[in-house]
Write a protein that binds this ligand. Structure first.
Ligand code: SDX
Length: 425
């Protein structure tokens, strides 16, 4: 505990209330404000911009320096040297796996790729063209009906089985949502393929035919999953923690995270970026959209720009931008008009005083949509893919919370409604 504690006067006694300062490994220390109500006040922090809701060891972000660490490893190094499933092991276990640990982990994931028939029926019940996020949210919640064995959340073993099931099934379910969305039959999993290859084959393959997945696209897909894996206590992860704190079924908790991610201010931004670039349509229209983004009277925001924590470049956006160039060059799309608009938009915004003063930089969603579109993924599927990558982050935080003593989350409020009054006689 740090020596620099804070003291506040109490409403109920002459003794000052001591608010301990707890040291963090890196970044901001925290003030334990549990005793604050003794002052007769609660704290108010709209949007939780300055409030730590939990202790965690999984991910650290330094927003001013544009740093993102997963269990201490910089995202740039993981993107270059690791892969998505190895990063999943790291997020869950806290250390990179040995080669035998990695082999066992991949085997444990692979054996849970099966999807039961009731889930297929559930998906087929959706009207054609239903948004894939609506389908994904439903089928993941339905897993709490299908997988009702070994869901004792107090058992570390059961929690690990839940983790294997979710990591294995998310890309399968995501691909099935896509196939139903475009009115195509499901493609069976192919156990000869790795995680990203099998996902792409189930998305774009032909039912009953041999798979042919481009290694470049599979590598890009694996990187997209990796870059979306975890991001501290963002809105959807906080939702999963809050749901999990009630002891709710883990699949229902992940479904709540999917629902929270869907919003265009959060994971839905990647689809909104592409729609925005298509609406801009030509570099000559960029200035007018920048003016709209700066106009307080206009609700338009520059999608893919800005972040609650990053007041510098989102390091994931930098990695995504390099991958974007590689994938489009590989596909002969380096002159893709949307990429040209995106790069010009980024240049103009980064030179504009409004964006500079407000420290608005491209975030993870700014380039991801361009890569996914180049791979052939429809915009409606972008947030589904974000959710597929982020599931490991959600379930790692859920597991971390349940692995040590925790309390049900129950925020207080700043009440400004009526005082007590009587029902009219
Ligand atoms: C993700 O939390 C996470 O970690 C999320 C995420 C993850 O991996 O989980 O990183 C993923 O959600 C990335 C963000 C994706 N969303 C978008 O790209 C949507 C566009 N961005 C904005 O909606 C906004 O920047 C947010 C939602 C991302 C952040 O909102 P904040 O922190 O509440 O910031 P704010 O709205 O208070 O903005 C501060 C100022 C405001 O102006 P003033 O009121 O001070 O005059 O900056 C302005 C805003 O109007 N502003 C923008 C802007 N973003 C902020 N103006 C124009 N365009 C924008 N994009």
């Amino acid at each position: 505990m740090s020596s620099k504690n804070f003291y506040l006067s109490s409403k109920h006694s002459d003794d000052a209330i001591e608010l301990p300062v707890l040291n963090s490994t890196i970044g901001h220390n925290v003030i334990d404000i549990a005793k604050i109500p003794q002052t007769g006040c609660f704290t108010l922090d709209l949007g939780f911009g300055a409030t730590a809701a939990c202790e965690s060891k999984i991910t650290f972000i330094d927003g001013n320096k544009g740093v993102l660490l997963h269990r201490g490893y910089p995202i740039e190094e993981l993107a270059e040297k690791s892969d998505f499933l190895e990063t999943c092991f790291l997020l869950i276990n806290g250390e990179l796996p040995t080669s035998s640990e990695k082999e066992n982990f991949l085997r444990s994931i692979q054996k849970h790729r099966n999807i039961d028939g009731s889930t297929e029926q559930l998906l087929k019940g959706f009207p054609r063209g239903s948004h894939p996020m609506a389908m994904l949210c439903t089928v993941v919640a339905a897993m709490s009906a299908t997988y009702n064995s070994n869901t004792d959340i107090t058992s570390a073993e059961d929690r690990m089985l839940t983790i294997y099931r979710l990591v294995a099934k998310m890309p399968i379910l995501a691909a099935m949502c896509h196939r139903h969305f475009i009115g195509q039959p499901f493609v069976a999993t192919d156990d000869r393929l790795d995680y990203a290859e099998n996902f792409l084959n189930m998305m774009f393959g032909t039912a009953g035919k041999e798979s042919t997945v481009s290694p470049v696209l599979a590598k890009a897909m694996d990187l997209i999953f990796l870059l979306h894996a975890d991001h501290e206590q963002n809105a959807s992860t906080s939702t999963v923690r809050l749901s999990g704190s009630t002891g709710a079924n883990p699949y229902a908790c992940i479904a709540s995270g999917i629902a929270a991610l869907w919003g265009p201010a959060h994971g839905g931004a990647n689809q909104a970026v592409l729609e925005m670039l298509e609406e801009i349509g030509d570099e000559k229209h960029i200035e007018s959209f920048i003016l709209r983004a700066k106009d307080k009277e206009d609700s338009f925001r520059l999608m893919g720009f800005g972040h609650r924590v990053y007041k510098n470049f989102d390091p994931r956006a930098r990695v995504m931008k390099v991958s974007c160039d590689e994938v489009l060059a590989e596909l002969g799309l380096e002159n893709d008009p949307l990429l040209k608009i995106a790069k010009r938009l980024e240049q103009i915004a980064l030179d504009d005083p409004y964006f500079v003063e407000k420290q608005l930089y491209p975030n993870v969603d700014f380039y991801s949509g361009i890569i996914m579109k180049a791979i052939g993924i429809s915009p409606e599927m972008f947030t589904v893919i974000f959710a597929t990558g982020r599931t490991i982050g959600w379930i790692a935080h859920w597991n971390e919370m349940l692995s040590s003593p925790y309390r049900i989350g129950r925020p207080r409020q700043h009440y400004t409604g009526y005082g007590k009054r009587s029902y009219p006689a």
